[in-house]
Design a protein around this ligand. Structure first.
Ligand SMILES: Cc1cc2nc3c(=O)[nH]c(=O)nc-3n(C[C@H](O)[C@H](O)[C@H](O)COP(=O)(O)O)c2cc1C
Length: 194
Protein backbone atom coordinates (compact mmCIF):
# COMPACT_ATOMS: atom_id res chain seq x y z
CA UNK A 1 0.00 0.00 0.00
CA UNK A 2 1.39 3.40 -1.07
CA UNK A 3 0.85 6.77 0.58
CA UNK A 4 -0.60 9.27 -1.91
CA UNK A 5 -0.61 12.93 -0.91
CA UNK A 6 -2.98 14.88 -3.18
CA UNK A 7 -2.21 18.61 -3.27
CA UNK A 8 -5.15 20.35 -4.87
CA UNK A 9 -4.21 23.73 -6.32
CA UNK A 10 -7.22 23.98 -8.66
CA UNK A 11 -8.92 27.29 -8.13
CA UNK A 12 -12.09 27.49 -10.24
CA UNK A 13 -15.12 25.50 -9.06
CA UNK A 14 -15.55 24.10 -12.59
CA UNK A 15 -11.82 23.34 -12.90
CA UNK A 16 -10.96 21.08 -15.84
CA UNK A 17 -7.62 20.26 -14.22
CA UNK A 18 -9.51 18.97 -11.19
CA UNK A 19 -11.81 16.88 -13.43
CA UNK A 20 -8.77 15.06 -14.84
CA UNK A 21 -7.13 14.62 -11.43
CA UNK A 22 -10.40 13.39 -9.93
CA UNK A 23 -10.84 10.80 -12.69
CA UNK A 24 -7.29 9.53 -12.09
CA UNK A 25 -7.81 9.28 -8.33
CA UNK A 26 -11.14 7.47 -8.77
CA UNK A 27 -9.57 4.92 -11.14
CA UNK A 28 -6.67 3.78 -8.97
CA UNK A 29 -6.61 0.01 -9.38
CA UNK A 30 -5.24 -1.14 -6.04
CA UNK A 31 -5.84 -0.01 -2.48
CA UNK A 32 -3.65 2.87 -1.35
CA UNK A 33 -3.93 5.53 1.33
CA UNK A 34 -4.96 9.00 0.17
CA UNK A 35 -4.52 12.27 2.02
CA UNK A 36 -5.77 15.55 0.57
CA UNK A 37 -4.41 19.05 1.08
CA UNK A 38 -6.66 21.64 -0.56
CA UNK A 39 -4.60 24.82 -0.91
CA UNK A 40 -7.79 26.89 -1.16
CA UNK A 41 -8.42 26.20 2.52
CA UNK A 42 -4.96 27.14 3.86
CA UNK A 43 -3.72 30.48 5.08
CA UNK A 44 -0.91 30.82 2.55
CA UNK A 45 1.16 33.87 3.37
CA UNK A 46 4.30 34.36 1.26
CA UNK A 47 7.50 35.27 3.10
CA UNK A 48 7.75 38.95 3.93
CA UNK A 49 10.04 40.76 6.36
CA UNK A 50 7.81 40.24 9.41
CA UNK A 51 6.89 36.60 8.73
CA UNK A 52 10.52 35.69 8.00
CA UNK A 53 11.70 37.35 11.21
CA UNK A 54 9.00 35.67 13.31
CA UNK A 55 9.75 32.20 11.92
CA UNK A 56 13.52 32.23 11.58
CA UNK A 57 14.66 34.66 14.32
CA UNK A 58 11.94 34.26 16.95
CA UNK A 59 11.26 30.56 16.12
CA UNK A 60 7.50 31.08 16.25
CA UNK A 61 5.34 27.98 15.46
CA UNK A 62 5.39 27.09 11.77
CA UNK A 63 2.38 25.00 10.60
CA UNK A 64 4.17 24.22 7.33
CA UNK A 65 6.62 21.93 9.14
CA UNK A 66 3.78 19.37 9.25
CA UNK A 67 3.06 19.73 5.50
CA UNK A 68 6.77 19.44 4.67
CA UNK A 69 6.92 16.21 6.70
CA UNK A 70 3.88 14.86 4.85
CA UNK A 71 5.66 15.49 1.53
CA UNK A 72 8.77 13.73 2.78
CA UNK A 73 6.78 10.75 4.06
CA UNK A 74 4.54 10.32 0.98
CA UNK A 75 5.29 7.76 -1.71
CA UNK A 76 3.68 9.98 -4.33
CA UNK A 77 2.90 13.67 -4.14
CA UNK A 78 0.08 14.20 -6.67
CA UNK A 79 -0.31 17.83 -7.69
CA UNK A 80 -3.21 19.25 -9.67
CA UNK A 81 -2.78 22.86 -10.82
CA UNK A 82 -3.89 24.94 -13.82
CA UNK A 83 -1.32 26.77 -15.97
CA UNK A 84 -1.17 30.41 -14.82
CA UNK A 85 1.11 33.10 -16.26
CA UNK A 86 3.22 30.52 -18.08
CA UNK A 87 3.88 28.50 -14.93
CA UNK A 88 2.23 27.29 -11.75
CA UNK A 89 -0.35 29.39 -9.84
CA UNK A 90 1.07 31.65 -7.10
CA UNK A 91 -1.02 29.68 -4.58
CA UNK A 92 1.08 26.56 -5.26
CA UNK A 93 4.34 28.50 -5.50
CA UNK A 94 3.80 29.95 -2.01
CA UNK A 95 2.92 26.51 -0.63
CA UNK A 96 6.19 25.09 -1.96
CA UNK A 97 8.18 28.05 -0.67
CA UNK A 98 6.73 27.54 2.81
CA UNK A 99 7.36 23.76 2.71
CA UNK A 100 10.95 24.10 1.55
CA UNK A 101 12.51 23.70 4.98
CA UNK A 102 16.13 23.04 5.83
CA UNK A 103 16.30 19.80 7.81
CA UNK A 104 13.03 18.43 6.41
CA UNK A 105 12.78 18.61 2.60
CA UNK A 106 16.48 19.37 2.09
CA UNK A 107 19.66 19.92 4.05
CA UNK A 108 22.57 22.31 3.66
CA UNK A 109 25.89 20.48 3.57
CA UNK A 110 27.91 23.68 3.91
CA UNK A 111 28.91 23.37 0.27
CA UNK A 112 25.51 22.90 -1.36
CA UNK A 113 21.95 21.75 -0.72
CA UNK A 114 20.93 18.14 -0.93
CA UNK A 115 17.43 16.67 -0.92
CA UNK A 116 15.92 14.64 1.92
CA UNK A 117 12.75 13.38 0.17
CA UNK A 118 14.48 10.44 -1.47
CA UNK A 119 11.58 7.99 -1.25
CA UNK A 120 8.99 10.36 -2.73
CA UNK A 121 7.88 10.73 -6.37
CA UNK A 122 5.88 13.57 -7.92
CA UNK A 123 2.92 13.34 -10.31
CA UNK A 124 1.51 16.50 -11.89
CA UNK A 125 -1.76 17.19 -13.69
CA UNK A 126 -2.31 20.46 -15.52
CA UNK A 127 -4.37 22.16 -18.21
CA UNK A 128 -3.32 25.14 -20.33
CA UNK A 129 -5.52 27.70 -22.04
CA UNK A 130 -3.22 28.47 -24.96
CA UNK A 131 -1.80 26.14 -27.62
CA UNK A 132 1.35 25.42 -25.60
CA UNK A 133 2.38 21.80 -25.95
CA UNK A 134 4.49 19.70 -23.55
CA UNK A 135 8.17 20.58 -24.00
CA UNK A 136 7.54 24.09 -25.35
CA UNK A 137 10.02 26.67 -24.00
CA UNK A 138 6.96 28.76 -23.09
CA UNK A 139 5.86 26.05 -20.64
CA UNK A 140 7.51 26.92 -17.34
CA UNK A 141 5.48 24.83 -14.88
CA UNK A 142 7.18 21.45 -15.40
CA UNK A 143 10.77 22.84 -15.58
CA UNK A 144 10.16 24.52 -12.21
CA UNK A 145 8.68 21.36 -10.67
CA UNK A 146 11.58 19.27 -11.96
CA UNK A 147 14.05 21.73 -10.40
CA UNK A 148 12.15 21.56 -7.10
CA UNK A 149 12.22 17.74 -7.26
CA UNK A 150 15.99 18.03 -7.63
CA UNK A 151 16.33 20.39 -4.62
CA UNK A 152 14.22 18.12 -2.43
CA UNK A 153 15.75 14.89 -3.78
CA UNK A 154 12.51 13.40 -5.11
CA UNK A 155 13.25 10.24 -7.04
CA UNK A 156 10.98 10.69 -10.08
CA UNK A 157 8.62 13.11 -11.82
CA UNK A 158 5.82 12.43 -14.34
CA UNK A 159 2.97 14.52 -15.65
CA UNK A 160 -0.07 14.71 -17.88
CA UNK A 161 -1.55 17.77 -19.55
CA UNK A 162 -4.33 18.98 -21.82
CA UNK A 163 -3.82 22.26 -23.69
CA UNK A 164 -5.41 24.87 -25.98
CA UNK A 165 -8.55 24.44 -23.88
CA UNK A 166 -9.54 28.12 -24.02
CA UNK A 167 -9.58 28.18 -27.84
CA UNK A 168 -11.17 24.92 -28.96
CA UNK A 169 -14.83 24.01 -29.44
CA UNK A 170 -16.50 22.51 -26.37
CA UNK A 171 -16.55 19.12 -28.14
CA UNK A 172 -12.80 19.28 -28.71
CA UNK A 173 -12.21 20.42 -25.11
CA UNK A 174 -14.23 17.51 -23.75
CA UNK A 175 -12.31 15.13 -26.01
CA UNK A 176 -8.97 16.43 -24.71
CA UNK A 177 -10.10 16.20 -21.08
CA UNK A 178 -11.23 12.61 -21.65
CA UNK A 179 -7.99 11.66 -23.40
CA UNK A 180 -5.86 13.20 -20.64
CA UNK A 181 -7.96 11.47 -17.96
CA UNK A 182 -7.58 8.01 -19.53
CA UNK A 183 -3.90 8.45 -20.42
CA UNK A 184 -3.22 10.03 -17.00
CA UNK A 185 -4.94 7.14 -15.23
CA UNK A 186 -2.82 4.54 -17.08
CA UNK A 187 0.33 6.53 -16.36
CA UNK A 188 -0.51 6.96 -12.67
CA UNK A 189 -1.40 3.29 -12.15
CA UNK A 190 1.89 2.17 -13.71
CA UNK A 191 3.75 4.83 -11.72
CA UNK A 192 2.30 3.36 -8.50
CA UNK A 193 3.74 -0.04 -9.41
CA UNK A 194 7.31 1.21 -10.13
C1 LIG B 1 -5.09 33.92 -13.74
C2 LIG B 1 -4.97 33.09 -15.00
C3 LIG B 1 -3.78 33.03 -15.67
C4 LIG B 1 -3.65 32.26 -16.82
N1 LIG B 1 -2.47 32.25 -17.50
C5 LIG B 1 -2.34 31.48 -18.60
C6 LIG B 1 -1.13 31.46 -19.32
O1 LIG B 1 -0.17 32.13 -19.00
N2 LIG B 1 -1.05 30.65 -20.40
C7 LIG B 1 -2.08 29.84 -20.80
O2 LIG B 1 -1.92 29.06 -21.74
N3 LIG B 1 -3.25 29.86 -20.14
C8 LIG B 1 -3.40 30.66 -19.06
N4 LIG B 1 -4.59 30.68 -18.39
C9 LIG B 1 -5.68 29.79 -18.85
C10 LIG B 1 -5.71 28.51 -18.04
O3 LIG B 1 -4.45 27.86 -18.05
C11 LIG B 1 -6.73 27.54 -18.61
O4 LIG B 1 -7.99 28.13 -18.75
C12 LIG B 1 -6.80 26.28 -17.74
O5 LIG B 1 -7.47 25.25 -18.43
C13 LIG B 1 -7.56 26.60 -16.45
O6 LIG B 1 -7.63 25.43 -15.69
P1 LIG B 1 -8.94 25.04 -14.84
O7 LIG B 1 -10.05 24.74 -15.84
O8 LIG B 1 -8.49 23.85 -14.10
O9 LIG B 1 -9.26 26.22 -13.98
C14 LIG B 1 -4.75 31.49 -17.29
C15 LIG B 1 -5.96 31.55 -16.59
C16 LIG B 1 -6.08 32.34 -15.46
C17 LIG B 1 -7.41 32.40 -14.73
Amino acid sequence: MKKILFINSCIREESRTFQIADYILKHIKEEHSLEVIDLNTLKLEAYNQKLFYNLFYLSMPNPFIEYAKKIKEADIVFIAAPFYDMGIPALLRVFFERCSLNGITFTDTGKTCTGLCNNTKMFFVTTRGMDISDGSTLEQATPYLKALCSLWGLKDFRYISAYNLDYLSSNEVNKRIKEASIKGSELFNSYLLD
